[in-house]
Design a protein around this ligand. Structure first.
Ligand SMILES: C=CC1=C(C)c2cc3[nH]c(cc4nc(cc5[nH]c(cc1n2)c(C)c5CCC(=O)O)C(CCC(=O)O)=C4C)c(C)c3C=C
Ligand code: FE2
Ligand code: FE2
Length: 331
């Protein structure tokens, strides 16, 4: 079930002065070194993402990570860039438009925690325009302090607005059914893979040790989707991708799991990434391109199942969550 943390509950205004905002991570404005450096710098200065002492982190970030990483990552973005922009930006924008169609009674907007359109600036604009109530729906099905709580930090600083945050929807039955259905349709078109891999974005193990519920919620999501597909336990695996830095991240890794599946002689693997609401660099470049190439070198075929993106089912389920939250607010 989606969970809500009510940050400020004031008097209950009508839906006419209410905005629902889909908030995603953010992405560079262009697939070049300058834009990627600007984006990474904002992202990696967030203490929710990297909690090291600034005395240690800032020199490392400014003199090593940003100069060394930005150009390489810009080339990766260039390999998946769409005519209208970064995939994450394009799909998020289209998804917000699709949710607006489902929810004509309120304004539906989208924002990015890092980069444009800025979440912080959007809240200021809404307040200036006379909006009184904002429901934030972060596009992260599973809660993590590094993502959801960071969206909540900005929301919590908004002045003059009544605000509410959807903390997660990792076990929402409509979300589980929509992801399961997308896998079912992919398999109906392409033929069943021999194994289904649920690949979630990773997180430092330390975050989980400190109480972040993310890994537990990923496990619950994967189990629920597998159950909806009637898959026996041996037909699926959960793994974590997109490792960053040197410390220990959640295991098993997606790359290592694919190697292990290849070693077991499994040739056709379906990979789905249910932690990502929309396709982005991490799904398209890392999984559908690079990991698929590595798996092909083992003689296997990795078949990537796209994210829900702006599909009607996705728009309808998010609109359903928003409508429920707005209803609860009014009571
Ligand atoms: C310490 C670093 C990082 C943590 C913690 C982290 C958590 C985290 N991230 C997502 C979702 C996405 N991350 C994306 C890109 C991305 N992530 C990190 C680092 C951490 N993420 C970096 C440095 C990058 C940028 C690319 C790179 O340099 O490798 C994206 C895609 C953005 C895009 O433009 O397409 C998403 C989405 C989650 C869900 C999460 C915690 C659970
Ligand atoms: Fe800095
Ligand atoms: Fe990330």
């Amino acid at each position: 079930m989606p969970a809500t943390a009510s940050i400020t509950d004031r008097d209950a205004p009508s839906t006419a002065d209410t905005a629902v905002v889909l908030v995603n991570l953010g992405t560079p404005d262009a697939p070049n070194t300058r834009a990627v450096r600007r984006y990474l710098s904002e992202f990696l200065h967030d203490r929710r993402v990297v909690d090291m002492s600034r005395w240690l982190w800032c020199p490392l970030l400014h003199f090593a990570i940003l100069p060394l990483r930005s150009g390489k990552v810009a080339n990766k973005y260039a390999s998946v860039w769409l005519p209208e922009g970064s995939p994450l930006a394009v799909h998020t924008r289209r998804l917000a438009q699709a949710v607006q169609q489902e929810l004509p009674e309120v304004r539906v907007l989208h924002a990015m925690r890092y980069g444009q359109p800025s979440w912080k600036q959007l809240l200021q604009r809404l307040q200036a325009e006379g909006v009184r109530r904002v429901l934030a729906l972060p596009l992260y099905p599973q809660y993590s302090t590094s993502t959801t709580a960071s969206v909540g930090d900005v929301l919590g600083r908004a002045e003059g607005l009544a605000t509410r945050l959807v903390e997660h929807y990792h076990d929402d039955p409509d979300w589980v059914a929509a992801v399961a259905d997308s896998i079912h349709r992919h398999r109906a078109n392409e033929g069943d893979g021999e194994h289904l891999l649920f690949s979630f974005h990773g997180l430092p193990q330390r975050f989980v040790d400190q109480g972040d519920p993310y890994a537990r919620q990923c496990e619950t999501s994967a189990r629920a989707i597998a159950r909806a597909l009637n898959l026996p336990d041996e037909a699926w695996t959960l793994s974590y991708q997109s490792r960053f830095g040197r410390e220990r991240w959640l295991e098993p890794s997606t790359a290592g799991t694919l190697d292990a599946l290849a070693a077991r002689g499994i040739k056709r693997v379906d990979v789905v990434a249910p932690g990502f609401a929309v396709d982005c660099l991490e799904t398209l470049e890392e999984v559908a391109m690079m990991l698929a190439e590595d798996f092909a070198e083992h003689g296997g075929e990795l078949r990537y199942v796209p994210c829900l993106n702006e599909s009607p089912a996705h728009a309808a389920l998010l609109a359903g969550i928003a409508r429920r939250e707005l209803g609860a607010w009014e009571r």
